[in-house]
Design a protein around this ligand. Structure first.
Ligand code: SAH
Length: 345
């Protein structure tokens, strides 16, 4: 049995043709799945009985079982889902004034080993398929349907390194962006990477409208290698060259994520180095308050100090924002996502 969400629009079309059916059937199936949000093939009332039977025989629609749901004071919802093989993934809904943003998990565990992040405490077990990513968005959309709202934004910023699961993540983004499906605008979909340069180069060449965010977190190689082992493979010189090429080739604004870690990367020297690194690029820095992960020992920078860092960076000619955290009271903020039961139930 296959997951039907794993199929792109083109794949469904091919499947329909392979069954000797007319091509318009694929549009109908896609609309049933993503616009009418059917969870059972039996609901697809304008398909023939035979086609419904065939679909039921070959495909599953929803692979997620809700295990736990938590809601934060600020409206953030975190859902823990069990996949068909028992793996656990967390998905977060953040409610903003501009819309509803879903943060999806791209891998079970993560191998990147960033020293501040909770997700990497569990080594990668496996990649998620594109359909398992789609299913996370659909599950939240099903919740929102109760109040006639829609998922307007998606960020691939949950557990896992999306560019270590490149093909599935790209297929996922194209599926939720498709006009006959959820039609979430490409400019409302963001993928965040810790900096896997060959994949950034590949992404660059695809010329999509999806947003790219890069977790920087340190403005020099020594510190960045301490915080993020990936920097040893792809140091800043290579990373920045690849990002400049991306920016020029795609004419898109980049986001750099920078967690403020007390006494680690929050000093004046870091403002200066950061400014030297980024000034002149079509980019802005998103300063992120650190969410404490007990095992790691880093400390959060206080609001006043964070504002000072922000001011100095702005004055040095780098555009930046200071992110407001969502859902920290339910461990749903960045870096706090983790299946607390060792990844399996
Ligand atoms: N692997 C990808 C996407 C997942 S992490 C990446 O590295 O970009 C999403 C963002 O949350 C990254 O910027 C990551 O560095 C940040 N993050 C991780 N742990 C955090 C923590 N404890 N507090 C705040 N942000 C954190």
């Amino acid at each position: 049995m296959k997951l039907i969400y794993d199929l792109s629009y083109e794949d469904i079309n091919q499947w329909v043709l392979d069954q000797g059916l007319k091509s318009y059937r694929s549009k109908q199936i896609y609309q049933w799945l993503y616009q009418k949000r059917a969870l059972d093939f039996e609901q697809m009332s304008d398909l023939s009985k035979d086609l419904v039977a065939l679909l039921k025989e070959q495909f599953i629609i929803d692979p997620l079982k809700l295990v736990k749901r938590q809601q934060s004071k600020d409206g953030t919802v975190k859902c823990l889902y069990k996949l068909l093989d028992g793996s656990l993934v967390e998905t977060v809904l953040m409610v903003y004034d501009y819309g509803n943003s879903v943060c999806v998990t791209s891998q079970v565990g993560c191998n990147m080993g960033c020293t501040f992040c909770a997700s990497g405490l569990l080594k990668k077990d496996r990649d998620l398929s594109s359909g398992e990513l789609v299913a996370q968005v659909m599950a939240i959309q099903h919740e929102l349907d109760a109040t006639q709202e829609r998922v307007s934004h998606v960020v691939v910023m949950g557990s896992g390194e999306p560019f270590d699961n490149y093909d599935n993540v790209m297929r996922f983004m194209k599926t939720i962006n498709h006009d006959n499906g959820l039609a979430i605008g490409a400019r409302h979909i963001t993928v965040s990477t810790c900096g896997i340069v060959p994949k950034i180069n590949q992404f660059s060449k695809e010329h999509t409208q999806f947003n790219l965010a890069v977790s920087l977190h340190a403005p020099n190689d020594e510190l960045r290698s301490q915080l993020m082992p990936i920097n040893k493979a792809y140091p800043l010189k290579d990373l920045m060259a690849s990002l400049k090429a991306y920016s020029e080739e795609n004419n898109r604004r980049l986001t750099f994520e920078y967690i403020l870690l007390k006494d680690v990367n929050d000093q004046d020297i870091h403002v200066q180095q950061l400014s030297k690194l980024i000034k002149g690029m079509n980019a802005y820095v998103n300063l992120i308050p650190y969410n404490v992960v007990d095992e790691h020992g880093y400390k959060q920078v206080g609001f006043v100090q964070a504002m000072k860092f922000y001011d100095k960076l702005m004055k040095s000619g780098v555009k930046c924002t200071l992110r407001q955290e969502h859902g920290s009271d339910i461990d749903a903020a960045c870096g706090q996502l983790r299946a607390k039961t060792e990844g399996k139930l």
